[in-house]
Design a protein around this ligand. Structure first.
Ligand code: GLA
Length: 389
């Protein structure tokens, strides 16, 4: 697990300066997949995996970024920031720094040490955690304050405009605004949200299929294009429709034949997923765990069959979970094409569930999975205050 004290002493010995330290969590999405960029609904929770950022000012005009994960230092001139990504780990912090500079928040240089334990490429938003931790650290150094939703937008812009990955707002939003022991129903149209308490007797069991996923990869982008194609076909008939958020299944019956077969299927997923996500938040708020589980099962089916964003391993992981005692609901979480499943499990059954799932998945696929029993945790924050100096 991430240890702020260890990052502090690492930063201190490398840069000879006392840092301020910030933490930003990864996330797991309970339901609402590929709905965020269609201005729909998502219901993620922040988790207890995070990126830590330690920062201290410099006077030599340099920005020096050290990644403890990659054991590598990257140096740029504060006055000559890069304008595009280079497919290097430093793209994520540099993108945020460049976007902040574009907003008029330039610095005279700093040292930034990063360490994260969010598994990379697993659909748990390791990149959003890096962006948000960097954004908090740099804005704090500059004495600039952005309200949570704006900070999330800024990090999303860095990913869209600098890293050039076409993600929506979900990951950055929950990393900034997560609440301990709660999932968050987010309306991606106006960024209003409702907290849904996760009962103490429910565990979040995250099962990593070990199949790598990347939002920057082509499949995510082509799904998004199909979703947008479907919205534009409906908009030809109903001008008030701008995104699939505004559409309904009747629209698909009427005008689905004007879309490519793929766009029709993707749209059916997004439109039904929006309703499921709102219903799932109601079920969670009213302690109707049976209904929540049913909605998660339906969501996985839709994600796998209509959105075609699952993979054989994730389908197997979900199928095996469904056979185990204690399961409330299981589905593939995140951008798709690999990564992790989220399993809501009765707390007291969770350790046995995790062990049995790991065993049966290894038997079925020959792959040893990583299974984590997680808790919904709070969003990004400063941690220095809690360290003993
Ligand atoms: C990735 C993106 C998010 C969202 C999900 C799919 O995590 O970063 O914006 O689109 O995929 O729900």
């Amino acid at each position: 697990m991430h240890d702020p004290e260890a990052l502090r002493s690492l930063h201190l010995s490398r840069f000879k300066a006392e840092p301020e330290i910030f933490a930003a969590p990864g996330r797991v999405n309970l339901i609402g997949e590929h709905t965020d960029y269609a201005e729909g609904f998502v219901m993620p929770a922040a988790i207890d995996f995070a990126t830590l950022a330690a920062i201290s000012p410099r006077t030599d005009g340099k920005i020096v970024i050290y990644s403890e994960n990659f054991r590598e230092e990257h140096i740029v001139e504060a006055a000559a920031l890069p304008t595009e990504a280079t497919q290097h780990w430093s793209d994520y912090p540099l993108g945020v720094i460049a976007i902040l500079a574009g907003e008029g928040h330039r610095t005279t240089g700093f040292s930034l040490s990063l360490y994260g334990d969010v598994p990379l490429g697993s659909g748990l938003s390791s990149s959003a955690a890096i962006e948000v931790a960097t954004a908090l650290a740099v804005t704090s150094l500059l004495n600039v304050h952005y309200p949570g939703p704006q900070l999330a937008r800024l990090c999303q812009r860095s990913e869209n405009e600098f890293v050039r990955s076409s993600c929506g707002i979900m990951d950055q939003f929950i990393s900034v605004n997560g609440e301990a022991n709660h999932a968050l129903l987010l309306d991606c149209r106006d960024l209003s949200f409702r907290l849904a308490p996760i009962p103490a007797n429910v565990a979040l069991v995250i099962a990593n299929t070990m199949v790598k996923h990347s939002v920057a990869g082509g499949e995510y982008t082509s799904r998004r294009a199909e979703v947008e194609e479907a919205a534009s076909v409906i908009a030809r008939h109903r001008h008030e429709v701008r995104f699939l958020r505004d559409a309904n299944v009747d629209d698909l019956k009427k005008w689905g034949s004007e879309m490519s077969p793929n766009a029709l299927k993707r749209a059916r997923h997004v439109i039904t997923e929006n309703s499921r996500t709102v219903a799932a938040a109601d079920a969670l708020i009213h302690h109707d765990l049976k209904e929540l589980g049913r909605l998660m099962a339906e969501a996985h089916e839709s994600y796998s069959k209509d959105f075609e964003a699952s993979c054989a391993e994730a389908d197997t992981m979900v199928m095996l979970a469904n056979k185990l005692p204690g399961l409330i609901g299981a589905r593939l979480t995140g951008g798709g094409f690999g990564g992790c499943t989220i399993n809501l499990v009765e707390q007291e059954q969770a350790p046995k569930f995790a062990e049995a799932l790991a065993g049966s998945y290894a038997d079925a696929t020959g792959i040893k999975p990583q299974i984590h029993i997680c808790h919904a945790s709070s969003g990004a924050h400063k941690v220095t205050a809690s360290l003993s100096h």
